[in-house]
Design a protein around this ligand. Structure first.
Ligand code: NDP
Length: 415
């Protein structure tokens, strides 16, 4: 087979996988949501009445969702926050980011709780309109992605341009599309979707309370870990600026739809399932889930902050000692101590343990309760593989030396 026909069939395969993901992922979230809300969390296969449960587009809900995005954008723009420079771009320049995520999160949740306690908008509104919200979010986000596609194409550097339109739409046409100071990738990744994830969980908890008169320990645990994860994200918002997404990833459907739709409607399905089932876990299960979640959180937080601080100041001590590293020919230093000496992505291990703790609260009740964890495992393995290839291409022999020193990818002894 000639090189031309190999690259042709590779392109065809890529295009098929883009189309499958563009259609399959929304269908997966939609199917899972209906199964949880209407079929007791059992996969809703072969039921003739399945379609009747599909939510329709409601104009009021659509307006609420649009208002939600505008409200978050308004807070991003107007609330005070430190300005931090991102990592150097290929041309040596740096982009500035406004770090007001925590203030924005506190203002949003305080307003949401006030609306509930003053009887203006019931806290259960989100839970009761979950299907319609999901439809509205898709109706808004798909055209938004088309806008980002055109904006990205007009702003992309030569090295970022994809000739394939489908690929440019799916993966993204530019790395940092912006309107003025509004950085779309940073905003979409870190604001509306993540805060909505928390609110979907809290709204489910309020529904459980109103229906059964108490909030079960399973619900408390999943809400606790979700809230911890998101508050932590905002507290360490500056650390996001050295992550793979912000530094290297173009902004397209994958990140935009993923952050605005997939995260808030797929990740909290354990809490959504528990809303109608006041599942009480035995003490040993509470203990086991707490240990797993907190261990995961500590690994996740420490590893990410170690790299972030090291990148800002290579003399920062790690676990009480001067950091060990490989000085690359490109000038960058690759950390080999702390968690970065244990595995090249110990941060993924911590994240996975934490995600399992958020999901395991449903016990054997429903597989959809594990949607976050089950989708997160392949996502992070694939991400690790991509990052490894990226670093190998970028650092060459220095990366080979790093891999010799740090053999494991995520879980020492296994992978
Ligand atoms: P990382 O924060 O792990 O960043 C990877 C980059 O760090 C590499 O591309 C490289 O960039 C640099 N790097 C790699 N090895 C070293 C080293 N030894 N020393 C110094 N720098 C190094 O990637 P992610 O953005 O994927 O992950 C960040 C966090 O976000 C993780 O905890 C992850 O679990 C989480 N996450 C959560 C998601 C969710 O849906 N909940 C989705 C995705 C991620 P360079 O080119 O600059 O050297």
């Amino acid at each position: 087979m000639s090189a031309g026909s190999v690259s042709k069939s590779k392109r065809l395969l890529n295009n098929v996988s883009f189309v499958l993901m563009l259609s399959g992922l929304p269908l997966l979230v939609w199917f899972s949501q209906i199964s949880v809300l209407h079929y007791d969390g059992a996969p809703a296969f072969r039921d003739a009445s399945f379609w009747r449960h599909a939510a329709k587009l409601e104009l009021v809900v659509l307006a609420v969702y649009l208002g939600w995005l505008l409200f978050q954008a308004g807070m991003y723009h107007f609330l005070p926050g430190a300005t931090e420079a991102g990592q150097p771009l290929e041309d040596g320049s740096r982009l500035n980011y406004t770090l007001n995520g925590l203030t924005s999160f506190v203002a949003t949740t305080a307003l949401w709780l006030a609306l509930h306690f003053f009887g203006i908008v019931p806290g259960t509104w989100i839970y009761r309109h979950l299907g319609e919200l999901f439809v509205a979010a898709n109706v808004v986000v798909f055209p938004l992605c088309a806008y980002f596609f055109f904006l990205g194409r007009s702003q992309a550097a030569d090295t970022e341009r994809h000739s394939n339109v489908l690929e440019a739409f799916f993966v993204g046409a530019a790395r940092n599309p912006r309107n003025g100071t509004l950085d779309w990738k940073f905003f979409c990744e870190s604001r509306p979707g993540l805060t909505l994830w928390v609110l979907v969980a809290w709204s489910s908890a309020i529904h459980q309370y109103e229906r059964f008169g108490f909030i079960s320990n399973a619900m408390v645990l999943t809400c606790f870990f979700i809230t911890l994860y998101i508050v932590d994200y905002y507290v360490h918002e500056d650390a996001i600026l050295t992550t793979w997404d912000i530094v290297h990833e173009p902004f397209g459907w994958m990140l935009c739809w993923g952050s605005l739709v997939y995260v808030p409607f797929f990740y909290p399905l354990a809490a959504v399932w528990l809303a109608e089932r006041p599942y009480v876990l035995p003490a040993w299960a509470v203990f086991a889930i707490l240990v797993m979640g907190i261990t995961g959180y500590v690994i996740f937080r420490q590893s990410n902050i170690q790299k972030h601080r090291f990148r800002k100041n290579p003399h920062t001590r790690i676990w009480g000692q001067a950091p060990a590293y490989i000085q690359t020919r490109r000038g960058t230093k690759l950390l080999t101590s702390g968690w970065w000496g244990v595995a090249s992505h110990a941060n993924y291990l911590g994240d996975l343990l934490l995600s399992l703790a958020m999901c395991a609260v449903v016990g054997t009740g429903t597989v959809f309760g594990y949607s976050y964890f089950l989708s997160f495992v392949p996502l992070l393995i694939h991400r690790d593989w991509r990052d490894d290839r990226h670093c190998a291409a970028k650092y060459g022999e220095d990366w080979t030396a790093y891999r010799k020193k740090v053999r494991w990818h995520i879980l020492p002894g296994v992978y």
